[in-house]
Write a protein that binds this ligand. Sequence first.
Ligand SMILES: [Fe+2]
Length: 256
Amino acid sequence: MSRLPVLSRSFETAAGARQPGAKFQTFSYWRDLTSPRCRYLYRRSSFEAIARGSAGHNVLYSATRNIAQPLLLDDGTTWCCDLVEFPGGPLPTGEYGRSLGHWNLSDETESFYVDAGAATMLYGWRDSPVFRTTIGGGSILVLPPAAWHVTYCTTTAATTITNIYSRKYSSPAQHESASKYAERTSGLPRVTLACVRGEPTLVGPDRAKSLLAGKDFATHLTTSPIGVLSRAFAQAAGNSALRSWLLHEKLAGSRQ
Ligand SMILES: [Fe+2]
């Protein structure tokens, strides 16, 4: 197995975070969920009023970016690895704690490996049904390119996810401009996941487009975590170097 470099465990400075491959931490807050308005929210007006007052104190999730050194392959694909943490518990309107949701790029494969807790994913493609999959600890979900997706934490305890994604660009920062992000949130399906009468329930005008649980399209594997991770990415990337890199990172325990 090849030995690949692992970044320092200490967080980089703000200036350092702009360097390719530097490790840094980001936060998304309740207030971020309300903009742009095209994102569907359960009980939007109530939530917006609460979120406006909460300022930057209520975290949707935190993400430690580049917990492993990004890997640039010969075909120009960059693979990045982040650690995402949801605090657990629902939002005050009954919607589950969630990510902001966005469209992935046409050349972007993304996977979600649940380290602890449980996550429910809503995802789909242009004109496709809304797919819904729940993954628990040790499970991985791999999204093919060009999917929209939202992650929900349906547990009261924290949920931690290792998020690995590919891009056919050598400079991931190019993808994070404000204009790019705006494009990636327009026209999202008007559906979300809320606790209704004690049950996780799809709500919103587009909920009728949803498929039954278990009819998901994405790769969803639940066997041995190390074996699953390597096999899933061997399928996704078809590249033995990437498989070795992921195995190394998992076995070396490079995460905080
Ligand atoms: Fe994504």
